[in-house]
Design a protein around this ligand. Structure first.
Ligand SMILES: [Zn+2]
Ligand SMILES: [Zn+2]
Length: 182
């Protein structure tokens, strides 16, 4: 049974990655290991947008999946984008080995509100489970009680739980339908 490697990218030292790891283990029923941090992601930086291209980051991460893992998830404070969108909270390869999540826009201070570290972490945990869900083949889910529901605003992240609905949970089980297809 493969494991998920959580990889600290720039800014991640501010985050309790252990909490993310625990939720990932709980939701995915897979071991979660902490990978060595990746300190330089300059090649993903786009000076014209002053943001980081999440596609470039994912390309970088797919080459860095640790030997003992089958997935890698980068966590960072840098602001992410994909060319057609103003920003993304995170991105992942559908059924692929890599994903990335940023907490740049999960921080209340970004919206001019007082700092709330607990809320930031709760949002980040949800987005991490969501992106890892994509790497195990899950699409967006219409169930409001599912972490795979898509979120454009932090308010929508706050409304959804950190866990999968029954159907999504079933298909990400290590012996579930999606892994049988591989
Ligand atoms: Zn998504
Ligand atoms: Zn679902």
């Amino acid at each position: 049974m493969g494991a998920i490697a959580l990889m600290p990218l720039p800014g991640a030292e501010a985050i309790d990655l252990e909490r993310i790891a625990l939720q990932l283990e709980f939701s995915l029923h897979r071991d979660v290991t902490l990978a060595e941090s990746l300190r330089h992601v300059d090649q993903a930086y786009d000076p014209s947008r002053d943001q980081y291209n999440s596609r470039t980051l994912i390309d970088l991460l797919r080459g860095l999946v640790p030997r003992d893992a089958e997935r890698v998830l980068g966590v960072t404070s840098v602001d992410l984008f994909i060319p057609v969108l103003t920003f993304v909270f995170g991105e992942a390869q559908l059924g692929g080995p890599a994903g990335v999540v940023s907490f740049f826009r999960l921080d209340n201070r970004f919206y001019g509100l007082p700092e709330n570290g607990e809320l930031l972490l709760a949002r980040l945990v949800k987005e991490c489970v969501h992106e890892i869900g994509h790497t195990y083949g899950l699409l967006h889910c219409p169930d409001p009680d599912c972490v795979m529901r898509s979120s454009t605003y932090v308010e929508q992240i706050d409304l959804k739980p950190a866990n999968f609905c029954i159907e999504c949970a079933r298909s990400v089980q290590p012996d579930g339908p999606s892994s049988r297809m591989r």
